[in-house]
Each structure stands twice: as C-alpha cells, then as structure tokens.
Design a protein around this ligand. Structure first.
Ligand code: FAD
Ligand code: NAI
Length: 477
C-alpha cells in the first residue's frame, strides 16, 4: 500500500530541503526523496550546495586566504611569521567536517519538522484519482508513494565538454577540484566564470600557477563593466593568468598531466601543459530518469523544466524550483522558490522579485551585485545617475588592510529609485544585503544616504556611494 503525503519533494538541495521545511511548518505531511551519497558511501542531504558547492568551496576559500595572509600580509601589521606551510590533508579534513556538520544539520531539521526522508532515486510513475505517484528506488527495491503535490528540486550537474573526459583526478569538475590530493604546480581552468575564479583563486593562493582559458572575449560579462575591469586588474595582479576569446581545440591527459591545445584571440595555436585541469563551463539541469514522460512534463531547449513566474508546471499540483528551472543557479534563489511554492500550496500569495536576487563571487576581494548593470540600463534606454565611492577612502577598510574596490550605486535619474548596486570589496557578500533590502522596499539612493551607518565600517562606503548617486554629495570625497 502506497504511503500518502500532502507534499513530496524530489531532491534535498537548498531548494528542496527548504521547500520541505516550509511545507511542514505550514502543517503538511511531507516527504523528501534524496539519493546523494558522499565519498564515504553514506547517504547525505543538502545537495550540490552543501556537499560539493557553496559550503566546501567557501571553506577552502577561507583556508587559502588565511594562508595567503600569513605568507604575504601579516608583515604589513608588523607581525613576522616563519615557516608557514600548508597541511593540505588537514585543510581538506576541515572542509569535510564543515560539510558533515551542515548535512547532519539538515537531517536534524527533517526530524524536527517530521519530514520523511525517502532515500533513493525518485521518479514520476503516473497519476490516479488526483494523486501523483512517485517511485523511490534504492538497494532494497522500489516503493510507491503518493501525493497531491510534488515539488521537483533535482538541481543541476556540471556541464562537460565533448572530447574532454572528466575523471575527477587529472581533469576535474567542481567535485574533483574541491578535493585535489596535492597542490598542483600548474593548474589549467577552462571557463572564467564563478567556479573558475573561486577555485582558481583557492589553488593559486596555495601555490599553483593558474591559467584560465575563457571563450568569451569579455571578462565577467554578467557584471557591471566597471566591476569587471577592476576585477580583471586585481586578479591579474594576484597572479591569475586570464586569457579571453580562446577556443579549446584538444585536451589530452597522460602520466605527466594534461595538455590543452587552444587557439588564442589572434588565431594562433597554443599549448598549455598543466598538472591538473578544472572544467568549469556552466551547469546543466538534472532531469535524467525523473519519469517526466510518464506524466507529460516537458523541458525547454536547454533542458530546464518549464515553469511560470511562480514555479508552477503545466500539471496541477506539480511545481519545479531551484537549478532545474530558469533563472540564476544560486542557492538562495532556489531557497526562496522553495518557500514560495510551499506557501502557494497552502493558498497564500507569495511573490519573488527576481530583480532583487543578489549575486556574489567569493574571490578576494568579493564581487557582489543586485539589480541592473550600467550597460543594461543604457541598453534599456533608462535615464540613470551613477555614484561610486572607493574603499581606499574608508578608515575601517584601511585598518583591515582591505582598501581595494568600490561601491557603485545606480539610481533612476528622475525618481532616485535604486536600480542597481555593484560592490567589489572584502565582505561584499554581507554588504550587498543592505542594497537588496533597499531595492525590495523600492528605496531611493537618498534613503540609504540618510540612514545612519556605523563608523568605522565598510558599510559607510555603501552610504557614500548612495549619496554620490543621489545628488553628488558624498561626504568624505
Ligand atoms: P542541488 O543542490 O543540485 O540539489 C539537488 C538534489 O537533488 C541533489 O542532492 C540530488 O542528489 C537530488 N536528486 C536529483 N535527482 C534526483 C532524483 N531523481 N531522485 C532523488 N534525488 C535526486 N550558489 C550560491 O548561491 N552561492 C555559492 O557560493 C555557490 N557556490 C557554488 C560552488 C560550487 C563549486 C558549485 C558547483 C555551485 C555553487 N553554487 C552556489 C550553486 C548552488 O550550489 C546551486 O545553485 C544550488 O545547490 C541549487 O540548489 P538545488 O536545490 O536546486 O539543487
Ligand atoms: P559560469 O556560467 O559561471 O561560467 C562558465 C564560463 O565558462 C563562462 O564564462 C563561459 O563563457 C565559459 N565557457 C563556456 N564554454 C566554454 C568553452 N568551451 N571554453 C572556454 N570557456 C567556456 O559557470 P561555472 O563557473 O561552471 O559555475 C556554474 C554555476 O554554479 C554558476 O553559473 C553559478 O550559478 C553557480 N555558482 C555560484 C557561485 C556563487 O554564487 N558564488 C559559485 C560557484 C558556482
């Protein structure tokens, strides 16, 4: 006899586990199907984000930053350190411990909220009497479950390139690149996107000579131009060798490492010899074996499950959220969609303003933005004002030895409404939250400018940039 639920969620990444928790909070009987196994073979919740994404990458970014600080920056403070070295095993062990703590934390939250974790691969088997039938397959066999509502949150996986076999030893996607067993002397990265820059930075700080090969002729094309220009300068100075407009021709791996044949932006053939290669050229939605055909669910030409603005599919009671649907592949975007869908099922009227979803790249300095870039405003013919303020003029930033970067605020020329905020700086990931709140409340630049900000703090730069945008009256410039 099939067990009957109000809501079955397929996938327990940030989109799925948050959807399950919110649905349980709203009083529904909830189950979540999850098949993930960690390298030790244990079942784990948390999806890409907790196991091989956001959390482990940020742990390694933090560790490698400490190392770099000890090597190169403590001297400025008058602190001498000798014999600084890396114990990579311990560094990776720390990362794994954090991952374990976080994934166990989701297990605790599932127990607390009485969410049934159905361990195994979930797929649509059909429908009957207004109930969706979901099969869950694991080593014990196949079980049938039923629910009036199903939330698909199966996430994404790394996109691989034809002719470049990822073995996660020499040629790696994100999974292998978070677990190298030694620090490569020479590291190649294909794709100067978020993963390429974050993980490229980790291994550069730990001692690798890193070459990044990017197909597009522009660096960080999604960012505001001023941000992209500043970051290219900073990352190049740090030692990342970034090549734009390249075409990858042939990749061969052998005993000595990996050889990448590529054509540069002048059309000249080049070869890059490296010990390891990271392939970070985007991610693709996970719909394999989901049984979409059994219920008539379709995907778009890029493989995403088709949904409307509120994540409804064309089937009644079936929703899809997170990386498996359109929109940015960001954990917090999936989480917010999870909350929205659970509240929709409960008959509430939730809403997401996709324009107010912040983006962050966790390099050093960090890059964060929300809203539109200057080039987008120009293309859309919007009359705007811009204000920019550097961290070099902020006492807290100088005290911390982190005077690089700036905040740029873009506001409507007539109404002063904030249209976009772009930050390059330490802790930009935290600073951008103020801008996201302001934009959700449709604040003007003057609103931020008139709010008291703590002194000395990095947040004063956000205020100064807002004042500069509002009526060119930054106070410390
Ligand atoms: P996922 O996290 O991919 O989870 C989907 C889950 O569904 C998986 O656990 C999978 O096992 C399960 N599943 C799939 N199919 C089935 C099935 N048929 N049956 C049962 N289970 C199934 N985003 C940020 O916002 N900030 C960051 O700092 C950040 N860093 C990242 C770093 C890296 C290296 C990577 C790779 C990604 C990073 N991301 C980051 C992106 C973020 O990880 C994703 O946007 C997020 O994980 C998407 O959440 P999701 O729940 O949609 O899918
Ligand atoms: P990405 O989309 O950020 O970058 C991929 C890059 O590879 C692009 O610049 C693209 O032009 C380039 N590229 C594509 N094909 C190529 C080819 N054949 N040769 C050379 N370059 C090529 O994808 P990435 O870095 O793999 O990350 C995947 C997703 O994971 C991101 O889009 C993001 O949504 C998420 N993520 C988010 C993070 C964050 O929020 N801090 C951190 C890491 C990942």
């Amino acid at each position: 006899m099939a067990e009957r639920y109000d809501v079955i969620v397929i996938g327990a990444g940030p989109a799925g586990y948050i959807a399950a928790i919110r649905a349980a909070q709203l009083g529904f009987k909830v189950a979540c199907v999850e098949k993930w196994r960690n390298p030790a073979g244990e079942r784990a919740l948390g999806g890409t984000c907790l196991n091989v994404g956001c959390i482990p990458s940020k742990a390694l970014l933090a560790s490698s930053e400490e190392y770099e600080k000890a090597l190169h920056h403590l001297g400025e403070h008058g602190i001498a350190v000798d014999g600084v070295s890396v114990d990579l095993g311990r560094m990776l062990g720390r990362k794994d411990q954090i991952v374990g703590k976080m994934t166990k934390g989701i297990e605790f939250l599932f127990r607390k909220n009485k969410i049934a974790w159905l361990q195994g691969h979930g797929r649509f088997a059909g429908s009957a009497d207004g109930l969706w039938r979901i099969e869950v397959e694991n080593e014990a066999g196949v079980e049938l479950e039923e629910a009036r509502n199903v939330i698909v949150a199966t996430g994404s996986k790394a996109r691989h390139l034809p002719g470049i076999p990822v073995d996660n030893r020499l040629i790696c996607d994100n999974e292998g690149a978070l677990a190298f067993d030694s620090i490569p002397k020479r590291l190649g990265v294909i794709g100067a996107g978020v993963i390429g820059l974050e993980l490229g930075s980790v291994w550069r700080r730990l001692g690798a000579k890193v070459t990044v090969l990017e197909a597009l002729p522009t660096f960080l094309a999604a960012c505001d131009d001023a941000v992209a220009r500043e970051c290219r300068k900073i990352f190049t100075k740090q030692g990342l060798d970034i090549r734009l407009g390249v075409k990858i021709d042939e990749v061969r791996s052998g005993k000595k490492g990996v050889s990448v044949g590529w054509t540069d932006d002048q059309g000249a053939a080049q070869t890059l010899e490296v010990d390891r290669l990271i392939v970070s050229v985007g991610r693709v939605p996970n719909t394999e074996g989901l049984g979409l055909e059994n219920v008539g669910l379709t995907t778009d030409e890029r493989g995403f499950i088709e949904v409307d603005d509120q994540c409804r599919t064309k089937l009644p009671g079936v929703y899809a959220i997170g990386d498996v649907v359109r929109g940015p592949m960001l954990a917090h975007k999936g989480e917010d969609e999870g909350v929205m869908v659970a509240e929709l099922i409960a008959g509430q009227k939730p809403h997401i303003d996709y324009n107010c979803i912040p983006w962050v790249v966790y390099t050093s300095p960090e890059i964060a933005w929300v809203g539109r870039t200057e080039q987008q405003l120009k293309a859309d013919g919007v009359a705007y004002k811009a204000g920019q303020f550097p961290f070099a003029a902020n006492g807290r930033a100088l005290g911390m030895g982190l005077g690089e970067g700036f905040v740029k605020v873009l506001a409507d020329a007539r109404t002063d409404e904030i249209l976009g905020v772009h930050i390059v700086s330490a802790n930009a990931s935290d600073l951008i939250a103020e801008a996201a709140v302001a934009m959700e409340f449709r604040a003007s630049a003057e609103d931020i400018g008139r709010v008291c900000h703590p002194h000395p703090s990095l947040s004063e730069v956000v205020r100064e940039a807002a004042l500069a945008a509002s009526d060119k009256r930054a106070l410390n410039m």
